[in-house]
Design a protein around this ligand. Sequence first.
Ligand code: IDP
Ligand code: MG
Length: 139
Amino acid sequence: MRTDRTFTMLKPDSVEKGNVGPILEKITSAGFRIAGLKLTQMTKADAEAFYAVHNERPFFGELVEYMTRGPIVAAVLEKDNAVEDFRTLIGATNPADAAEGTIRKMYAASIGENAVHGSDSDENAEIESQFHFAGRELF
Ligand code: IDP
Ligand code: MG
């Protein structure tokens, strides 16, 4: 299992607000290399599968609605200790709790609409990358 890649999505709110450029700039400035990148939109079935671990949670319907309402930017990012370092860069799930200077502190509106996704383990980074990217789309 490789430890130098993670998976992210710039969520629909980030695309809607024109924050894709500034967020990608923050990511590459923090030392991540972009190994894969695409603008795409998840179907309801895609979002239900991607977030299946949360399907018993009260916010699941709202989460699926949010994540499918418009395009996202999906990316695979490469850096030593990628998963942990990227979670640090994005900050806490709730922007109210996110550290100063983190992506969610700067660009997220609420715990639901929180601008970006970051994988929570090397194993999930691999699963989530394969969900969105074919091998020939990663460099
Ligand atoms: P994470 O994205 O920081 O890993 P998770 O707990 O895995 O956070 O939740 C996945 C996503 O579900 C969050 O990023 C957010 O969009 C949404 N979410 C989490 N908790 C809540 C909540 O309490 N209300 C509404 N949406 C939530
Ligand atoms: Mg999570």
